[in-house]
Design a protein around this ligand. Structure first.
Ligand SMILES: Nc1ncnc2c1ncn2[C@@H]1O[C@H](COP(=O)(O)OP(=O)(O)OP(=O)(O)O)[C@@H](O)[C@H]1O
Ligand SMILES: [Mg+2]
Length: 339
């Protein structure tokens, strides 16, 4: 998909990363044999990935475990050299690690921490200020604005190691934003957070993007993050992009069904055979999933079955669609369900 704005901030073309891992053979004989021909396996973690992101866009990067999301973000951040293909971030090549770029983007990884554990949060941020050479005034006003937005004002004096996971992630966000990057790569910023902290971080990201229009690429296994923040999503599996477009379009593209919900004023007759697949049923209501083409007939049948109070025709929830797209893998949730 082309970017939704005129100014291209990120441009990726045919980006490919092949990891070669050597497999040791077992036993002495294997070791000796290994001296002559090493056995290796190749993983195409990113396979000809191409996309562009325009000014102010907030794009969700979605895929099951091992899909290649982190690999792409690392290449865009200059932490990994691509095997082939090219990437431009703000017109610069991240693989050359240009200093101008370092000042203009940030990568936040939910599973890694960048702050110093043995310092109070405020001093840890102060160290980042010194490293990035950030002007004190800008530092003060940024920390002020962000700690207010994230509600961590009172935690500034606490040692980083003593912060809760949610508080620490909020501090990590402040650290990542200290130098006011124009581009933000967020790799699972809400992983492991409790529901309230997740919500807070989401609200913060939405507000921050609204205020500062930073281009953001977000990966998350929580569909709620994606649904609330990203208008556009890129779906990736086995290193390959197979969808890039508006989130709403995912439903149309990957499901051929719709969900009909009906409330009745009198119980359905026992003999009634509902159309399609029954998702939910109670004496006075029913929810069925039917093929798009069969929606009119199904509605007619339901309306005729018993007096109707309310009828709705809806798309299959995005969360469910995504689960089906990735082959029913529960991995998209990492085994935790969202309320
Ligand atoms: N340094 C590495 N050496 C070898 N293989 C790697 C390396 N880093 C990643 N891989 C492999 O590349 C593939 C893509 O990994 P990547 O971390 O990009 O996936 P991901 O989409 O971020 O997954 P997750 O949702 O679990 O974070 C995986 O098969 C992984 O095992
Ligand atoms: Mg990852």
């Amino acid at each position: 998909m082309e970017t939704m704005s005129d100014v291209t901030i990120i441009k990726v073309e045919g980006l490919t990363k092949v990891f070669r891992t050597y497999r040791k053979e077992e036993g002495l004989l294997g070791a000796v044999r290994g001296l002559f021909h090493r056995r290796h396996t190749e993983t195409k973690a990113a396979d000809s990935v191409s996309f562009s992101v325009g000014e102010g866009e907030f794009v969700g990067f979605l895929g099951p475990n091992g899909a290649g999301k982190t690999t792409v973000l690392k290449m865009l951040s200059g932490l990994l050299q691509p095997t082939s293909g090219s990437a431009r971030v703000l017109g610069l090549d991240p693989s050359r690690r240009p200093v101008e770029l370092k000042r203009q983007f940030a990568l936040l990884m939910g599973q890694k921490n960048a702050l110093w554990w043995d310092l109070p949060a405020r001093e840890s941020l102060e160290l980042n200020r010194a490293i990035y050479g950030i002007d004190r005034k800008q530092f003060e006003s940024t920390v002020d604005e962000l700690s207010e937005l994230l509600d961590v004002r009172d935690n500034m004096g606490v040692m980083v190691r003593e912060l809760s996971l949610g508080e620490r992630m909020k501090m990590e966000l402040i650290a990542a934003l200290l130098h006011r990057p124009k581009v933000l790569f967020l790799d699972e910023p809400t992983i492991g957070l409790d529901v309230i902290s997740q919500k807070k971080v989401r609200e913060f990201l939405r507000e921050y993007n609204r205020r500062h229009r930073v281009v953001t690429l977000l990966t998350s296994h929580y569909m709620q993050d994606i649904q609330e923040l990203c208008e556009r999503v890129i779906l990736i599996d086995h290193g390959k992009i197979f969808f890039d477009g508006p989130l709403e379009e995912v439903t149309g593209r990957f499901t051929s069904t719709k969900v009909i919900g009906v409330d009745f004023s009198q119980p359905l007759p026992k003999s009634f055979i509902p159309p399609g697949t029954v998702l939910e049923k109670s004496p006075l209501s029913i929810k069925v999933e039917v093929a798009r083409a069969d929606v009119p007939q199904a509605c007619t049948a339901l309306l005729a079955a018993s007096p109707v109070i309310d009828l709705s025709v809806e798309e299959v929830p995005i969360e469910e669609v995504i689960r089906r797209v990735f082959g029913g893998q529960q991995e998209i949730h990492r085994g935790e369900s969202q309320p």
